[in-house]
Design a protein around this ligand. Structure first.
Ligand code: HEC
Length: 199
């Protein structure tokens, strides 16, 4: 009897310890560094972020693609701990960050390139932070190529509106990113791929 009681107590203690371990597991990635006035410090490890996808001359209105001026390359990357969390859980941890970098398309026949487009210099970049503390759940920050801090986009912006309405997965355009596209729910992907109306 006494032995059973002790064993029971040991089990309870183990359960409590387990609960405590669960409670301290990081459910928010504390990677983004925000300044007191709400700007974002440029993450120091952008060159280690995970490649998600690239688009060229992405346009939101019906129009003709002009091969002489194809627009910009847009390269999407994801912060590595956020990517690992997504692969393990199938969802974005609060605090996940995404980068979109803009490069002009070099249309000249440079070096050995005769017909295609290569990436010219970086013109600017933007970071999307999944942020439950933000009134809209999403923070967007804009950086010039040489900025060390990014300026937040104010509330009620077109950024949040378009992303939440047309992004396939939690306000991101996962439908365009081959690295994570196979891991989002099929219905969400199908719905986004049928959605051609930007209004
Ligand atoms: C009309 C729709 C639209 C608006 C408005 C918009 N975006 Fe996006 N955004 C996109 C699309 C489409 C992508 C997919 C990336 C691409 O271009 O290949 C994207 C991708 C991104 C990404 C990469 C991560 C992600 O969430 O998919 C960031 C960062 C981003 N946008 C920032 C911004 C910021 C900052 C603004 C406002 C200044 C903004 N966007 C406004 C459509 C929009």
């Amino acid at each position: 009897m006494k032995r059973n009681l002790l064993a029971g107590l040991a089990l309870l203690a183990a359960a409590a310890a387990g609960a405590a371990t669960l409670a301290v597991q990081p459910d928010k990635l504390e990677v983004a560094r925000l300044t007191a006035d709400g700007k974002m410090q440029k993450p120091g490890d952008l060159d280690h972020w995970v490649f998600l996808g690239t688009s060229l001359g992405m346009g939101y209105n019906p129009g003709s693609f002009n091969a002489a001026r194809p627009g910009q390359f847009q390269v999407a990357l994801m912060e590595p701990s956020a990517y690992r969390y997504f692969v393990e859980h199938g969802s974005f941890a609060p605090g996940s960050m995404f980068l979109l970098s803009f490069y002009d398309a070099d249309t000249q026949a440079r070096s050995i390139n005769q017909n295609g487009f290569t990436q010219a210099d970086l013109t600017n970049y933007e970071i999307h932070l999944i942020d439950p503390d933000h009134q809209e759940g999403h923070g967007f920050y804009m950086f010039a190529p040489d900025s060390t801090t990014g300026t937040p986009v104010g509330p009620g912006s077109a950024c949040v509106r378009c992303h939440v309405q047309h992004g396939a997965f939690n306000g991101t355009f996962a439908q365009f990113y081959p690295t994570i596209r196979p891991r989002i729910p099929r219905e969400a992907l199908e719905k986004a791929l049928q959605d051609h109306d930007i209004r």
